[in-house]
Design a protein around this ligand. Structure first.
Ligand code: SAH
Length: 385
């Protein structure tokens, strides 16, 4: 593991916090930016010009934007800003995964991870400060919850990662995919996430195609429906159990939106997509809890009729979790049952473990407003073993 010294001078972008009244243009999508310019008495097309400067060229100093008039540049500097998060830690794993601990203006910290693979580079982005959902095997959940991230705070993760990866000047270190699988439940921060995703997919910003942006949810059913109405992108659903009794314990949100409703919402989502795609299901394999052949068989029944890409995730341990990673045999037996039933199944490789960057290990440092950590004095499901 390597710690890269945070380069606080990477760009003029990392500035001292500015006055609250100024609009942070980093968080405006095309429509909002067009409205912003029209309100200034200028033309709509300025929005595209500005987005290119910010998101494609990484420029945050208005004075360098030489296709805008001097007068407009001065005006922008007066009433708006382009303000990024502060890089507090920059860690490089021996497998090439890079993780950033980012400080927010209010003193909380979140994490963002870049995962290079042969044919792509995936950025795992956070949507909230902590998480309110309390899934029993997730370290982010253990920390409790503070607040939603703003659109600017979500996009800043993509902006910083792009700029910092480009500085590496190495091949294969480009963001080709974004997954909203960092800290938080994206669909409980709906509007800001939708705006951020639309900036990620905008040709004048990051230009990612709809197949390359994935929003992951633990199953907020009404928000899955709203998302399908708003955006054409990939959906991942964190399933983790094949029946309600088990899922209620692992993913407490299931008490509110049980499996039958969740599966129906997945089918509705797929039906709304322009090009028929599949739902990615995530399933963390916990030794002795949800990894038995009968669970796999039950899963096959549950997924009948739902176009599925199954992602099996061997549990990434963290201190005090109380869970164990399933054995290699259990993982391959489980995967084989799904595969034999015709379900496309992938076992997700663990990446960035040495820098605690793997799924469920993202923790940041947050001021917990939910006081959840206090409850962990009492053993919970699965921990008694
Ligand atoms: N709240 C959203 C976004 C988080 S995605 C969601 O639940 O989908 C993070 C993924 O990593 C989820 O599938 C989550 O269940 C999984 N995960 C959480 N803790 C884990 C752990 N300790 N080991 C492996 N995967 C974990």
């Amino acid at each position: 593991m390597n710690e890269i010294q945070p380069q606080l001078d990477i760009d003029t972008a990392i500035q001292a916090p500015v006055s609250m009244q100024r609009t942070n243009l980093l968080g405006l999508d095309r429509t909002a930016l067009e409205e912003f310019f029209v309100a200034l008495g200028d033309k709509k097309f300025r929005a595209a010009q500005l987005m290119k400067w910010i998101h494609q060229l990484g420029v945050t100093d208005f004075q360098l934007m030489n296709n805008l008039s001097k007068e407009l540049r001065n005006k922008l500097a007066e009433i708006s800003c382009i303000e990024n998060l502060q890089v507090a830690k920059d860690l490089l794993s021996k497998d090439g995964t890079r993780k950033w601990l980012l400080q927010l203006a209010d003193g909380n910290f979140i994490e963002t991870v870049f995962i290079p693979e042969d044919d792509r580079g995936t950025l795992c982005v956070s949507s909230q400060v902590g998480c309110a959902l309390d899934c029993s095997f997730c370290s982010t959940g253990r920390q409790g919850f503070n607040r939603n991230l703003s659109t600017a705070e979500i996009i800043s993760q993509v902006w910083l990662a792009s700029v910092l990866l480009e500085e590496e000047m190495k091949p294969g270190r480009k963001i080709t995919n974004v997954v909203m699988m960092g800290m938080g439940e994206p669909l409980l921060n709906f509007d800001n996430v939708v705006r951020a995703v639309s900036i990620m997919m905008d040709d004048f910003a990051y230009g990612l195609s709809k197949r390359r942006v994935t929003v992951s949810t633990a199953g907020v059913v009404p928000a899955i429906d709203r998302l399908g109405d708003r955006l054409d992108m990939r959906l991942a659903v964190s399933l983790h159990a094949s029946n309600d009794a088990l899922r209620n314990k692992l993913v407490p949100l299931n008490n509110k939106y049980p499996l039958k409703e969740l599966m129906a919402a997945c089918v509705r989502f797929i039906d709304k997509q322009n090009t028929r795609s599949r739902i990615t299901f995530e399933y963390v394999l916990l030794d002795g809890i949800n990894d038995k052949p009968e669970h796999a068989r039950e899963l096959v029944k549950l997924l009948k009729g739902v176009p599925t890409l199954m992602n099996l995730i061997p549990f990434n341990p963290f201190e005090g979790s109380g869970y164990k990673t399933s054995s290699k045999q259990a993982v391959s037996r489980f995967s084989e049952i799904l595969h034999n039933a015709g379900i496309t199944t992938v076992v997700r490789k663990t990446r960035g473990e040495d820098i605690a960057a793997a799924c469920g290990q993202l923790a940041g440092k947050i001021e917990d407003k939910s006081r959840r950590h206090r409850r962990f004095a009492v053993p919970r499901f699965g921990m008694e073993q």
